[in-house]
Write a protein that binds this ligand. Structure first.
Ligand code: DMJ
Length: 650
């Protein structure tokens, strides 16, 4: 009975996708791709950088295109503006083989009619060429970092120099939050080397990290940045090294003795003071790696920064068998969750960690909140804690109720195409008319939960902006049809969504999008010693900075998009990406929870008011994952099926 429902579901999803893609992109067997798809939304009405918008002539959509006034109206105020119901998704209990597998277009069925129909649309040689271009992009950035910047944190690609923390100006948070004087770019790039199958460089890089990187530094960094870029990368590389299957080639390290895991532990222990002496349980945003929370520190944190630590902290706890890290991260999530508005269910973007007062009342999908939502779902995928999914589902419904504007269906009916706006968390009233480039990650998240139609729509919106500027401005004002904030620091979010949508739909349209992005990165951001931040998306002037996420995320997602046979898709292991793009295999061991009782407490409380326990290194007991799995255990994993087909969890 259950499998019949599943088959029916699959068929309906496929039919739905055919229909949606046909309508959205105006695709037919003869192809039309992006010459035609913008017309569907009237996107050609976007104001050009140097002139007024051209008239709408699209076959679908109301006249007015992107500036349609209906986005200014709250949901439910017009015939076409009713809050959208979240599409029915499988119940939590069936998030196994069926759900995540089919959402991501599992390969066990072989090429179906859909794949066959478009298989000629993006020739294999072109795909290989693009894969090599993406690989070359990574290699150019990485080699130049190693040659000119290592052991410093980042590469200044224009002047071929290294960059470390700005010691002269501690208030330079843009730099100091991220750069901890711990060879950030090398650490952040480790698993990209593995994903690209470069075992010799991976092994060399891991040894270099083990031998040269120390966290005993007088650096005040942001807890969130250190967690996602450094802790996450160390854990990801550790698991790649200790994976008994070695799907990426030989990534083992001779005499490896869990050094990366111990380093991850050392770093996490240095971050723990952020979770102490906070009345709400929400962590301080910054710590000094040597001395703890600085005396003059700020009590205000953004929601994403405080509430997106659970994936990395949870993995660390479960690998070490020590609940401390997961416990503090989960306490922070719950404390934030308990502060959501009773009326809208929304959270704001900045909160005071002592009073729980919302300092920033803006609720949106971009900066300040993005990865909070992402980690509710990804924590569930990884650890299987039902409450994480429940929080995510409730948050997703509130997002649909209050943030989503425009017509209900992606590309049919009256009204403007859908858009997610920034609102006041308590009233749901529109707060401004811009969206930011970070929000472009959201379609990828929607793919994970099966809301593919809406993902296609939102992605198309962002791609239209990319097409116009050859990059994504940090903020785009949809009312003025112009960028509000003009820089583009090589961010990965649009590529990430493109990759995930390609995996879900196998529509070569997304390969064309990827090619377009690759080519504009080459054209506008490549400089003498790497890839540079675009200072101004219109005049294309550059800034001398290459952020570490360019190698860990942007290049990785581009490469994976074109590398059809990559083990990430085909090894039989199911992988999930952290918010920094680090791969983590979803493993039954990570679902074991020997300390359950701690998590049943209400958020915001700590254990009997006592400060958290800090394990000492000699107490550590390492639980390695897949290498310890009993024979046949992989069949318990969500999505695993007899025969171990390659499938993606992502
Ligand atoms: C990355 O560090 C991560 O993707 C994070 O979640 C958001 N910001 C950057 C990339 O834009």
């Amino acid at each position: 009975m259950q499998w019949r429902a599943l088959v029916l579901g699959l068929v309906l999803l496929r039919l739905g996708l055919h229909g949606v893609l046909w309508l959205v992109f105006g695709l037919g067997p003869s192809m039309g791709f992006y010459q035609r798809f913008p017309l569907s939304f009237g996107f050609q009405r976007l104001r050009s950088p140097d002139g007024p918008a051209s008239p709408a002539s699209g076959p679908v959509g109301r006249p007015g295109g992107l500036s349609g006034p209906s986005w200014l109206q709250p949901p439910g105020t017009g015939a076409t503006q009713s809050p959208r119901k979240v599409p029915r998704r499988p119940e939590p209990g069936v998030c196994g083989p069926a759900h995540w597998g089919y959402v991501l277009g599992g390969r066990d069925r072989g090429p179906d009619e859909y794949e066959k129909r478009y298989s000629g649309a993006f020739p294999p040689q072109l795909r290989a060429q693009m894969r090599d271009l993406a690989r070359g992009m990574f290699v150019f950035g990485y080699d130049n970092y190693m040659a000119h910047a290592f052991p410093q944190d980042e590469l200044n690609p224009i002047h071929c120099r290294g960059r470390g923390p700005d010691r002269g100006d501690p208030s330079n948070l843009n730099i100091n939050d991220v750069l901890g004087n711990y060879s950030l770019t090398l650490v952040d790039a480790l698993d990209t080397l593995a994903v690209m199958g470069n075992s010799s460089e991976f092994q060399k890089a891991v040894k270099l990290v083990i031998n040269t990187v120390s966290f005993d530094k007088d650096s005040t960094v942001q807890v969130f940045e250190a967690t996602i870029r450094v802790l996450g990368s160390l854990l990801s590389a550790h698991r790649i090294i200790t994976d008994s299957k070695q799907p990426f080639g030989d990534m083992t390290i001779k005499d490896y003795d869990n050094e990366l895991l111990y380093m991850a532990h050392d770093l996490a222990v240095r971050l723990l003071p952020a979770f102490e002496n906070t009345k709400t349980g929400i962590p301080y945003p910054r710590v000094n790696l040597k001395t703890g929370v600085p005396p003059d520190t700020n009590n205000e944190t953004c929601t994403a920064g405080a509430g997106s630590l659970l994936v990395e902290f949870g993995i660390l706890s479960r690998l070490l068998g020590d609940s401390t890290f997961e416990w503090v991260a989960r306490r922070a999530v719950k404390a934030l969750w308990n502060l959501r508005s009773n009326d809208t269910g929304l959270l704001g973007n900045v909160v005071n960690i002592q009073t729980g007062h919302w300092v920033g009342k803006q609720s949106g999908l971009g900066a300040g909140l993005d990865s909070f939502y992402e980690y509710l779902l990804k924590s569930y995928i990884l650890f299987g804690e039902k409450e994480d999914l429940e929080m995510f589902n409730a948050a997703y419904q509130s997002i649909q109720n209050y943030l989503r504007r425009g017509r209900e269906a992606c590309n049919e009916g009256e009204g403007d195409p859908p858009l997610y706006v920034n609102v006041n968390m308590f009233s749901g009233q529109l707060m401004n008319t811009w969206i930011d480039s970070l929000q472009a990650f959201f379609p990828g998240l929607q793919v994970l939960i099966g809301d593919v139609e809406d993902a296609i729509c939102l992605h198309a919106f962002y791609y239209a902006i990319w097409k116009r500027y050859g990059a994504l401005p940090e903020r785009y004002n949809w009312q003025l049809q112009a960028p509000d904030v003009l820089f583009y620091p090589l961010r990965p979010e649009l590529v990430e969504s493109t990759y995930l949508l390609y995996q879900a739909t196998k529509n070569p349209f997304y390969l064309h999008v990827g090619m377009d992005i690759l080519q504009s990165l080459e054209k506008y951001t490549k400089v003498k010693c790497g890839y540079a931040t675009l200072h101004h998306v219109i005049d294309k002037s550059t800034e001398d900075r290459m952020e570490s996420f360019f190698l860990s995320e942007t290049c990785k997602y581009l490469y994976l998009l074109f590398d059809e046979d990559n083990p990430v898709h085909k090894s039989g292991t199911r992988y999930m990406f952290t918010t920094e793009g680090h791969i983590v295999s979803v493993d039954e061991h990570l679902r074991e929870l020997p300390w359950k009782e701690f998590f049943s407490e209400e958020g915001g409380q700590d254990r009997g008011g006592k400060s958290v326990h800090r394990p000492k290194p000699h107490e550590l007991k390492v639980i390695n994952s897949s290498s310890n799995l009993p024979a046949g255990a992989s069949s318990w994993l969500p999505g695993a099926e007899a025969g171990g087909r390659g499938s993606l969890l992502i």
